[in-house]
Write a protein that binds this ligand. Structure first.
Ligand code: NDP
Ligand SMILES: Nc1nc(O)c(N)c(N[C@@H]2O[C@H](COP(=O)(O)O)[C@@H](O)[C@H]2O)n1
Length: 223
Protein backbone atom coordinates (compact mmCIF):
# COMPACT_ATOMS: atom_id res chain seq x y z
CA UNK A 1 0.00 0.00 0.00
CA UNK A 2 1.15 3.53 -0.80
CA UNK A 3 0.22 6.07 1.88
CA UNK A 4 0.15 9.80 1.08
CA UNK A 5 -0.47 12.31 3.88
CA UNK A 6 -1.82 15.66 2.69
CA UNK A 7 -2.82 18.56 4.93
CA UNK A 8 -2.92 22.33 5.12
CA UNK A 9 -1.30 24.28 7.92
CA UNK A 10 -0.72 27.89 8.89
CA UNK A 11 2.75 29.45 8.70
CA UNK A 12 3.17 28.42 12.36
CA UNK A 13 2.26 24.79 11.72
CA UNK A 14 -1.35 24.65 12.96
CA UNK A 15 -4.08 22.58 11.29
CA UNK A 16 -6.87 24.59 12.92
CA UNK A 17 -7.58 26.76 15.97
CA UNK A 18 -7.54 25.88 19.66
CA UNK A 19 -11.33 25.49 19.31
CA UNK A 20 -10.66 22.71 16.77
CA UNK A 21 -13.15 24.24 14.38
CA UNK A 22 -12.58 23.61 10.70
CA UNK A 23 -10.97 26.59 8.98
CA UNK A 24 -10.03 27.13 5.35
CA UNK A 25 -6.27 27.41 5.08
CA UNK A 26 -6.08 26.25 1.46
CA UNK A 27 -7.15 28.51 -1.39
CA UNK A 28 -9.13 27.55 -4.51
CA UNK A 29 -6.21 26.01 -6.40
CA UNK A 30 -5.06 23.97 -3.45
CA UNK A 31 -8.56 22.62 -2.76
CA UNK A 32 -8.70 21.61 -6.45
CA UNK A 33 -5.34 19.81 -6.07
CA UNK A 34 -6.72 18.02 -2.99
CA UNK A 35 -9.78 16.98 -5.00
CA UNK A 36 -7.48 15.52 -7.69
CA UNK A 37 -5.43 13.69 -5.04
CA UNK A 38 -8.66 12.22 -3.64
CA UNK A 39 -9.70 11.20 -7.17
CA UNK A 40 -6.40 9.33 -7.65
CA UNK A 41 -6.80 7.45 -4.35
CA UNK A 42 -8.62 4.24 -3.51
CA UNK A 43 -9.52 5.62 -0.08
CA UNK A 44 -9.35 8.81 1.98
CA UNK A 45 -8.63 8.48 5.71
CA UNK A 46 -9.14 10.68 8.79
CA UNK A 47 -9.16 10.16 12.55
CA UNK A 48 -12.39 10.35 14.52
CA UNK A 49 -11.21 13.69 15.96
CA UNK A 50 -11.58 15.18 12.48
CA UNK A 51 -15.01 13.58 12.02
CA UNK A 52 -16.19 15.09 15.32
CA UNK A 53 -14.65 18.50 14.58
CA UNK A 54 -15.42 18.91 10.86
CA UNK A 55 -18.10 16.39 9.89
CA UNK A 56 -16.34 16.03 6.50
CA UNK A 57 -17.82 14.24 3.49
CA UNK A 58 -14.42 13.24 2.02
CA UNK A 59 -16.01 12.88 -1.43
CA UNK A 60 -15.04 14.50 -4.73
CA UNK A 61 -16.26 18.01 -5.50
CA UNK A 62 -15.73 17.80 -9.26
CA UNK A 63 -18.34 15.64 -11.08
CA UNK A 64 -15.94 15.30 -14.04
CA UNK A 65 -13.50 13.50 -11.77
CA UNK A 66 -16.31 11.23 -10.54
CA UNK A 67 -17.23 10.39 -14.14
CA UNK A 68 -13.58 9.69 -15.02
CA UNK A 69 -13.36 7.25 -12.11
CA UNK A 70 -16.55 5.49 -13.24
CA UNK A 71 -15.17 5.29 -16.81
CA UNK A 72 -12.19 3.44 -15.31
CA UNK A 73 -14.60 1.01 -13.62
CA UNK A 74 -14.07 2.55 -10.18
CA UNK A 75 -16.72 3.89 -7.78
CA UNK A 76 -17.51 7.60 -8.29
CA UNK A 77 -15.87 8.43 -4.96
CA UNK A 78 -12.94 6.79 -3.20
CA UNK A 79 -13.77 4.81 -0.07
CA UNK A 80 -13.61 6.60 3.28
CA UNK A 81 -11.68 5.33 6.28
CA UNK A 82 -12.10 6.52 9.89
CA UNK A 83 -9.79 5.42 12.72
CA UNK A 84 -12.21 5.25 15.65
CA UNK A 85 -11.19 2.87 18.45
CA UNK A 86 -14.38 3.15 20.55
CA UNK A 87 -16.93 4.11 17.86
CA UNK A 88 -17.40 7.80 18.60
CA UNK A 89 -18.50 8.52 15.03
CA UNK A 90 -22.12 9.77 15.16
CA UNK A 91 -24.52 7.57 13.12
CA UNK A 92 -25.60 10.67 11.17
CA UNK A 93 -22.04 11.73 10.29
CA UNK A 94 -21.56 12.70 6.63
CA UNK A 95 -18.83 10.06 6.19
CA UNK A 96 -21.56 7.45 6.69
CA UNK A 97 -23.83 8.71 3.92
CA UNK A 98 -24.36 6.66 0.77
CA UNK A 99 -21.93 8.62 -1.41
CA UNK A 100 -19.12 6.11 -0.87
CA UNK A 101 -18.09 2.94 0.91
CA UNK A 102 -16.89 3.68 4.46
CA UNK A 103 -14.52 1.61 6.57
CA UNK A 104 -14.59 2.15 10.32
CA UNK A 105 -11.38 0.96 11.98
CA UNK A 106 -12.17 0.05 15.59
CA UNK A 107 -10.41 -1.70 18.46
CA UNK A 108 -11.50 -4.77 20.42
CA UNK A 109 -12.63 -2.34 23.16
CA UNK A 110 -15.48 -1.05 20.97
CA UNK A 111 -18.89 -1.96 22.35
CA UNK A 112 -20.73 -4.54 20.24
CA UNK A 113 -23.91 -2.45 20.18
CA UNK A 114 -22.02 0.53 18.72
CA UNK A 115 -20.34 -1.69 16.11
CA UNK A 116 -23.72 -3.13 15.13
CA UNK A 117 -25.17 0.38 14.84
CA UNK A 118 -22.37 1.35 12.45
CA UNK A 119 -22.90 -1.79 10.35
CA UNK A 120 -26.64 -1.02 10.27
CA UNK A 121 -25.92 2.36 8.71
CA UNK A 122 -23.72 0.70 6.08
CA UNK A 123 -20.18 0.94 7.44
CA UNK A 124 -17.67 -1.86 6.93
CA UNK A 125 -16.10 -2.40 10.36
CA UNK A 126 -12.50 -3.62 10.71
CA UNK A 127 -11.35 -4.64 14.20
CA UNK A 128 -7.61 -4.22 14.90
CA UNK A 129 -5.86 -3.60 18.21
CA UNK A 130 -6.88 -4.07 21.84
CA UNK A 131 -7.64 -0.56 23.14
CA UNK A 132 -6.62 1.59 20.20
CA UNK A 133 -6.67 0.90 16.48
CA UNK A 134 -3.55 -1.03 15.47
CA UNK A 135 -2.77 0.86 12.27
CA UNK A 136 -0.31 -1.70 10.86
CA UNK A 137 -2.88 -4.49 11.08
CA UNK A 138 -5.78 -2.29 9.96
CA UNK A 139 -3.98 -0.95 6.88
CA UNK A 140 -2.91 -4.49 5.94
CA UNK A 141 -6.59 -5.51 6.07
CA UNK A 142 -7.54 -2.54 3.90
CA UNK A 143 -4.85 -3.54 1.41
CA UNK A 144 -6.36 -7.02 1.34
CA UNK A 145 -9.62 -5.32 0.35
CA UNK A 146 -7.95 -3.67 -2.66
CA UNK A 147 -6.95 -0.32 -1.14
CA UNK A 148 -3.55 0.24 -2.74
CA UNK A 149 -3.41 4.04 -2.71
CA UNK A 150 -4.44 5.63 0.61
CA UNK A 151 -4.68 9.38 1.11
CA UNK A 152 -4.65 10.60 4.73
CA UNK A 153 -6.01 14.09 5.48
CA UNK A 154 -5.48 14.23 9.23
CA UNK A 155 -5.66 15.24 11.88
CA UNK A 156 -2.47 15.61 13.84
CA UNK A 157 -3.01 12.67 16.20
CA UNK A 158 -3.54 10.21 13.36
CA UNK A 159 -0.70 11.62 11.25
CA UNK A 160 1.77 11.26 14.14
CA UNK A 161 0.75 7.63 14.72
CA UNK A 162 1.19 6.79 11.04
CA UNK A 163 4.71 8.27 11.10
CA UNK A 164 5.43 6.44 14.37
CA UNK A 165 4.50 3.15 12.71
CA UNK A 166 6.58 3.92 9.60
CA UNK A 167 3.48 3.79 7.42
CA UNK A 168 3.81 7.09 5.52
CA UNK A 169 5.38 7.10 2.03
CA UNK A 170 4.72 10.69 0.95
CA UNK A 171 3.89 13.95 2.71
CA UNK A 172 2.48 17.06 1.07
CA UNK A 173 1.68 20.17 3.05
CA UNK A 174 0.11 23.40 1.89
CA UNK A 175 1.47 26.23 4.06
CA UNK A 176 -1.00 29.13 4.12
CA UNK A 177 -0.09 32.75 4.69
CA UNK A 178 -1.61 33.11 8.12
CA UNK A 179 -0.70 32.59 11.78
CA UNK A 180 -3.12 30.70 14.04
CA UNK A 181 -1.12 30.17 17.22
CA UNK A 182 -2.32 28.50 20.40
CA UNK A 183 -0.45 25.87 22.39
CA UNK A 184 -3.50 23.62 22.25
CA UNK A 185 -4.24 24.09 18.57
CA UNK A 186 -3.62 20.90 16.53
CA UNK A 187 -0.39 20.74 14.54
CA UNK A 188 0.60 18.57 11.60
CA UNK A 189 1.91 15.82 13.90
CA UNK A 190 0.78 15.73 17.53
CA UNK A 191 0.68 12.52 19.61
CA UNK A 192 3.57 12.01 22.04
CA UNK A 193 6.10 13.46 19.61
CA UNK A 194 9.50 12.01 18.73
CA UNK A 195 12.59 12.52 20.88
CA UNK A 196 14.87 10.40 18.68
CA UNK A 197 14.69 8.40 15.46
CA UNK A 198 12.88 11.24 13.72
CA UNK A 199 11.33 10.26 10.39
CA UNK A 200 13.62 11.28 7.53
CA UNK A 201 12.14 13.16 4.58
CA UNK A 202 13.55 13.95 1.16
CA UNK A 203 12.28 17.20 -0.34
CA UNK A 204 10.69 16.64 -3.76
CA UNK A 205 9.04 19.96 -4.50
CA UNK A 206 8.41 23.57 -3.51
CA UNK A 207 5.66 25.33 -5.41
CA UNK A 208 3.80 28.59 -4.95
CA UNK A 209 0.05 27.79 -4.87
CA UNK A 210 -2.65 30.39 -4.19
CA UNK A 211 -1.16 32.71 -1.58
CA UNK A 212 0.89 29.94 0.01
CA UNK A 213 3.47 27.24 -0.63
CA UNK A 214 3.04 23.56 -1.41
CA UNK A 215 5.84 21.43 0.04
CA UNK A 216 6.22 17.79 -1.04
CA UNK A 217 8.44 15.14 0.51
CA UNK A 218 9.13 11.44 0.12
CA UNK A 219 9.60 9.61 3.43
CA UNK A 220 12.94 7.90 3.08
CA UNK A 221 12.66 5.44 5.96
CA UNK A 222 9.07 4.21 5.60
CA UNK A 223 8.59 0.56 6.65
N1 NDP B 1 -5.92 21.69 7.91
C1 NDP B 1 -6.04 20.42 7.57
O1 NDP B 1 -5.56 19.99 6.53
C2 NDP B 1 -6.78 19.50 8.47
C3 NDP B 1 -7.22 19.92 9.70
N2 NDP B 1 -7.82 19.04 10.56
C4 NDP B 1 -8.16 19.52 11.89
O2 NDP B 1 -7.53 18.68 12.85
C5 NDP B 1 -8.32 18.63 14.04
C6 NDP B 1 -8.57 17.17 14.41
O3 NDP B 1 -7.32 16.58 14.63
P1 NDP B 1 -7.07 15.63 15.89
O4 NDP B 1 -7.78 16.17 17.08
O5 NDP B 1 -5.60 15.41 15.97
O6 NDP B 1 -7.84 14.31 15.51
P2 NDP B 1 -7.59 13.12 14.45
O7 NDP B 1 -8.48 13.36 13.31
O8 NDP B 1 -6.17 12.87 14.23
O9 NDP B 1 -8.24 11.91 15.25
C7 NDP B 1 -7.58 11.46 16.42
C8 NDP B 1 -8.35 10.33 17.01
O10 NDP B 1 -8.28 9.19 16.15
C9 NDP B 1 -8.46 8.04 16.94
N3 NDP B 1 -7.48 7.01 16.66
C10 NDP B 1 -7.77 5.69 16.55
N4 NDP B 1 -6.66 4.98 16.41
C11 NDP B 1 -5.64 5.87 16.43
C12 NDP B 1 -4.24 5.70 16.37
N5 NDP B 1 -3.67 4.50 16.22
N6 NDP B 1 -3.48 6.81 16.46
C13 NDP B 1 -4.03 8.04 16.60
N7 NDP B 1 -5.35 8.25 16.68
C14 NDP B 1 -6.15 7.15 16.60
C15 NDP B 1 -8.28 8.46 18.41
O11 NDP B 1 -9.53 8.48 19.05
P3 NDP B 1 -10.01 7.11 19.73
O12 NDP B 1 -8.98 6.75 20.77
O13 NDP B 1 -11.35 7.42 20.29
O14 NDP B 1 -10.05 6.14 18.63
C16 NDP B 1 -7.75 9.88 18.31
O15 NDP B 1 -8.16 10.70 19.37
C17 NDP B 1 -9.60 19.38 13.73
O16 NDP B 1 -9.51 20.66 14.29
C18 NDP B 1 -9.63 19.47 12.21
O17 NDP B 1 -10.31 20.62 11.76
C19 NDP B 1 -8.05 17.75 10.21
C20 NDP B 1 -7.66 17.28 8.99
C21 NDP B 1 -6.98 18.11 8.03
N1 LIG C 1 -6.36 20.45 2.36
C1 LIG C 1 -7.11 21.06 3.29
N2 LIG C 1 -7.07 22.41 3.40
C2 LIG C 1 -7.78 23.03 4.35
O1 LIG C 1 -7.70 24.36 4.46
C3 LIG C 1 -8.61 22.29 5.21
N3 LIG C 1 -9.35 22.91 6.17
C4 LIG C 1 -8.64 20.88 5.03
N4 LIG C 1 -9.43 20.13 5.81
C5 LIG C 1 -9.70 18.74 5.52
O2 LIG C 1 -10.75 18.63 4.57
C6 LIG C 1 -11.84 17.96 5.17
C7 LIG C 1 -13.15 18.51 4.68
O3 LIG C 1 -13.55 17.70 3.65
P1 LIG C 1 -14.94 17.88 2.86
O4 LIG C 1 -14.82 19.14 2.09
O5 LIG C 1 -16.04 17.93 3.84
O6 LIG C 1 -14.99 16.69 1.97
C8 LIG C 1 -11.64 18.19 6.64
O7 LIG C 1 -12.29 17.26 7.44
C9 LIG C 1 -10.15 18.04 6.75
O8 LIG C 1 -9.77 16.70 6.70
N5 LIG C 1 -7.88 20.30 4.08
Amino acid sequence: MHVVVNAAMSADGKLSTRRREQIEISGTRDFDRVDELRAESDAVMVGVGTVLADDPSLTLDDPERQRAREDRGEPANPARVVADSQVRTPPDARVLDEAALTYLLVSQAALTDFVTQMEDVGATVIVAGEDRVDLVTALAKLEGDGIDQLMVEGGGELIFSLFEEGLVDELSVFVGSTVIGGRDAPTLADGEGFVEEFPALSLDGVERVDDGVLLSWTVTDAA
